[in-house]
Design a protein around this ligand. Structure first.
Ligand code: 1GP
Length: 271
């Protein structure tokens, strides 16, 4: 079973992704969380801010608490070496849990993960993040056929603060109160053939993404939907899940407070 099949999300699984039904119409009726569909908490570890030892502890805790996936990523600084050391520690601690790299550049890619989110920054118009980094990633992908590649529409949404990814990518996020714009971007990406969607208010955002924008993205694409940025409480996790997120991504909170908060958030993401 591929990682994409494992993280399938609403209406995606292999079927819609492989047959192209994701490009022919919304797979879900308006909003809401379908019972029994894949998903849960996604624990994000930043290799620049987390030692391999702490990353291993977080991964072990996440595995024991039924977290959906582990993500490895940073928007600035890490190269393949740092990413690999942290990824190996996480994989060693939680071998069965899918570990996905959430890279900022091709130079960060490591073969110590199960899959990479092959991100296109669709909210922006900077060609570096729409095609250039993808071209640069090809030699790595050719050398490492075991690492699955999941094409992902990455959509930044204003979270009330200028985030590192906004500065580094030199792009503007979409407005927080324009779900119709989110829908058009996500739908266009699905029509192009992207398999997953990631809505991000950015690490440490002052405001998490509004449910209306999450619902808009949910209705516009059938594949797995990741939502993150500024989510710090079980209520925040539930809100995102209820609006249609498959995976609710939390990173900063665990960096600041350690893995002790994983169980409460993982539980909120399941119910
Ligand atoms: C950032 O969506 C992730 O890209 C997670 O955000 O660090 O604010 O939890 P936080």
């Amino acid at each position: 079973m591929t990682v994409l099949e494992r993280i399938g999300g609403a209406g995606s699984s292999a079927s819609s992704a492989a047959t192209g039904t994701a490009t022919s119409g919304p797979a879900l009726s308006a909003g809401g969380r379908a019972r029994g569909r894949a998903g849960g908490l996604a624990v994000l570890v930043d290799p620049m801010r987390t030692t391999p030892t702490l990353a291993g502890e977080i991964a072990r805790r996440a595995d024991g608490e039924g977290v959906g996936v582990l993500l490895l990523g940073t928007s600035f600084g890490a190269e393949a070496g740092e990413s690999a050391a942290v990824a190996r520690a996480m994989k060693h601690a939680a071998p069965r849990l899918p570990l996905l790299q959430f890279p900022a550049t091709a130079t960060q890619l490591t073969s110590a993960v199960d899959a990479i989110l092959f991100l296109s920054l669709i909210s922006g118009r900077n060609p570096q993040y729409l095609i250039e980094e993808h071209v640069r990633a090809v030699p790595f992908i050719e050398r490492n056929p075991r690492v699955e590649v999941i094409s992902t529409a990455y959509c930044l949404i204003d979270g009330g603060a200028v985030t590192t990814v906004e500065s580094v990518s030199q792009t503007r996020p979409l407005p927080a109160d324009k779900p119709e714009l989110v829908a058009a971007h996500v739908r266009a990406a699905a029509l192009i053939g992207m398999r997953a969607t990631y809505l991000d208010a950015g690490s440490g955002a002052a405001r998490a993404i509004e449910p209306a924008s999450i619902r808009a993205a949910r209705d516009a694409s059938a594949g797995p939907l990741f939502v993150g940025g500024g989510i710090r409480t079980p209520d925040g996790v539930r809100r995102a899940r209820d609006a249609g997120a498959d995976f609710v991504v939390v990173g900063t909170l665990f960096e600041e407070r350690g893995p002790g908060l994983v169980p409460g958030l993982a539980h909120a993401a399941r119910v």
